[in-house]
Design a binder for this molecule. Structure first.
Ligand code: LMR
Length: 281
């Protein structure tokens, strides 16, 4: 059994919160640069240039990529041979969020209650925290400051099993088309297919941690990802919905066995500031 102090989890979350909100991942920036070469709409190219300049300014002046520093979504993959000492793991993560958002001067965006008295909690807690038990004696900390505009475009639907892959393609395209400029394209799109309703949405979110260009190990799913990317980019929504061929940078699909009566499909969208950061402790 390997001991991991709760304080190390707190420090890691705080660091990842600051890094994720300031530095656009290299693979995302690279994909945006590549899209600039193929984009034919001059207005779309202008938007792409502004997105690239924004990333450069954020990096050089240590400013957040976006005013919306998001809901702090944290996935912990906890090795079954780890013993967390000195505190409760969920409290440790929330303390990391509190520290990161305070020390990084990041906007706090969490309302304490969903209906009346939507008072800001003041420190961006509580985070949305998922824990998974995995083999080994390490903890992978995955941090995503998830913007409100793109998260609000999430959708779920259960299809008839016989509707197959075409139902997934049509649903993803409909979702992106309906969303227009709200999720700030060019997008990274996570899709969860199978399981149950909550499993499908969790897979859609988890998929957004993949690097641009990283295909599913399942050849059928990898082919679907490529079909989806092409179909979404043929919609013509374009960067910030001004029109163009760059609507998405990538589409990632995760699948899971499902009930014989079901074809659950969930879509979770990332904006062009596709901010994620991970560390293993
Ligand atoms: O919360 C915000 O600052 C804006 C939000 O991310 C949005 O896209 O509408």
């Amino acid at each position: 059994m390997r001991e991991v102090p709760a304080e190390l989890i707190t420090e890691t979350v705080a660091r990842l919160a600051i890094e994720a909100t300031h530095f656009l991942p290299e693979d995302v920036e690279g994909a945006i640069r590549a899209a600039r070469q193929t984009e034919r709409s001059p207005l779309a190219v202008q938007i792409i240039d502004e997105i690239l300049e924004n990333a450069q300014v954020a990096r050089e002046r240590m400013l957040p990529l976006c005013q919306d520093t998001g809901t702090a979504v944290v996935i912990l993959e906890i090795g079954q041979d780890v013993h967390i000492t000195g505190g409760y793991v969920i409290d440790a993560v929330n303390e990391g969020i509190r520290r990161g958002y305070s020390e990084g001067y990041l906007r706090k965006s969490i309302a304490a209650r969903p209906f009346s008295a939507r008072v800001n909690t003041g420190d961006n807690t509580p985070g949305v925290i998922h824990t998974e038990i995995v083999p080994g004696d390490r903890i992978k900390v995955m941090f995503m400051p998830k913007g409100g505009g793109c998260e609000n475009m999430s959708r779920y639907q259960n299809f008839l099993p016989g509707m197959g892959k075409q139902a997934v393609i049509d649903f993803v395209c409909e979702t992106v088309d309906m969303s227009g400029g709200n999720p700030c394209p060019p997008l990274v799109i996570g899709v969860g297919v199978g399981g149950t309703a909550e499993k499908a949405m969790t897979m859609a979110k988890h998929a957004l941690f993949r690097k641009i260009g990283e295909r599913s190990p399942d050849p059928e799913v990898a082919e679907l990802e490529q079909e989806l990317l092409q179909a979404v980019n043929e919609l013509g929504v374009g960067p910030q919905a001004v029109g163009g061929s760059t609507t998405a940078l990538d589409v990632f699909v995760e699948t899971y066995p499902t009930h014989i009566t079901a074809l659950p499909v969930a879509v979770n969208i990332q904006c062009h500031s596709a901010r994620t950061k991970q560390a293993v402790i």
